[in-house]
Ligand binder design. Sequence first.
Ligand code: HEC
Length: 157
Amino acid sequence: MRTLVCLSLSLASLAAAPVAPKKKPEPAKPLNTAQKADYAKVIQPMFDAHCVSCHGPKKEKGKLRLDTLEATLKGGKNPTFVIGKPDSSMLLARVFLDRTAGDVMPPKDEKPMTEKQKEALYAFVEGQTIPEELVKAALADTKAALTAAKSAPKAKK
Ligand code: HEC
């Protein structure tokens, strides 16, 4: 008799238990010093050159700003990335899409990022210190993009 009561009691409490809350997206871990330095040196200039015109103080497409580390980690309508999980990063996925894909970032008409820039970004999201050779190559490409943008100002849309 005793066990029966117990059983029905626990069943009742099970039924009353609230629906399990939806799993929250993983919170971004704070970056270590080396990662912060890589972001400032390599990633932010890359975003400034290719993304901030639409994801910054003037425009906030997709509710996303990429003009500071805090804003980048905060994400937009969706999370951008979690360090150490490159394969579940929406931002990386869109940057690595084929240039013909509708969702590719920066959008089709914009100057694409180079392979070296993308590799550096991937390494950063992986959580590794960006290898020195890649840092140099990515910085050179970012500089070239900035120079090109300055010498040929685009007509305003
Ligand atoms: C010419 C404007 C433009 C540029 C430049 C641009 N984007 Fe976007 N981006 C958009 C628009 C518009 C959206 C919102 C619609 C959508 O999600 O496709 C968007 C959305 C996004 C989103 C999804 C945001 C969310 O939370 O849903 C990501 C991630 C993103 N962009 C990354 C980038 C990155 C990284 C760059 C630079 C390499 C970049 N974008 C450059 C226009 C731009």
